[in-house]
Write a protein of this length. Structure first.
Lengths: 112, 114
């Protein structure tokens, strides 16, 4: 069975600090990797995704993630966070057959 | 813009009632999904469907069933609601996943079972 592990449940940063959220998955086959964000009171929105090609993917709002196949990791990064980045972040793995697994989520609080 | 619409945003039902949650997407997507979201547990897949009348169990299908009679509509059914099914339910849809297509989510349905 596939699984997704997000290492940090709650991260607190000051504005302008750098962010890295860890995501590791276990699955032996081809995967599609996603990071979603959920702002307070809003629905899930796609930040970025990887399915093939360049393992460094760039998403919206200055976020990026790097797929490291040998480490089964897909960590999310942002060089300088803003107060408006306060949200819950979910890493997800989808197989081509449609089976999906989400991590438990990481709550990011950015202090102004 | 892709739109995934969940018809009921907030529901309160009694234990034992049969509950229908409806989801409609307007982009001719093959795949549709139902998840529940609980604090600290992330999103857990209940069922997904990759075509009309086709369905696959997810990680937590017990107590739920689904129906997909038309491509645009995917219904989640709680045959006999119980208090442990109080949760946020999310519907999603996508084109085939091999091409790295995005999964789009609805706004969610808050279900309280009393």
């Amino acid at each position: 069975a596939q699984s997704v592990s997000q290492h940090n449940h709650h991260v607190i940063l000051s504005e302008a600090a750098s962010l890295e959220l860890g995501c590791n998955y276990s699955y032996g086959g081809t995967v599609n990797l996603f990071w979603y964000v959920q702002y307070p009171g809003q629905h899930l929105q796609l930040l970025l995704k990887y399915f093939s090609g360049d393992p460094l993917v760039k998403g919206i709002k200055g976020f990026e993630a790097e797929f490291i196949k040998s480490k089964f990791s897909f960590n999310l990064r942002k060089p300088s966070v803003q107060w408006s980045d306060t949200a819950e972040y979910f890493c997800a793995v989808f197989t081509n057959a449609g089976k999906s697994t989400f991590g438990d989520g990481t709550t990011l609080t950015v202090k102004p | 813009d892709v739109k995934v619409t969940q018809s009921s945003r907030y529901l309160v039902k009694r234990t034992g009632e049969k509950v229908f949650l409806e989801c409609v997407q307007d982009m001719d997507h093959e795949n549709m999904f139902w998840y529940r979201q609980d604090p600290g547990l992330g999103l857990r897949l209940i069922y997904f469907s990759y075509d009309v009348k086709m369905k696959e169990k997810g990680d937590i299908p017990e107590g739920y069933s689904v129906s997909r009679e038309k491509k645009e509509r995917f219904s989640l059914i709680l045959e006999s609601a119980s208090t442990n099914q109080t949760s946020m339910y999310l519907c999603a849809s996508s084109l085939v996943l091999q091409s790295g297509n995005t999964i789009y989510f609805g706004e969610g349905s808050w279900l309280t079972v009393v």
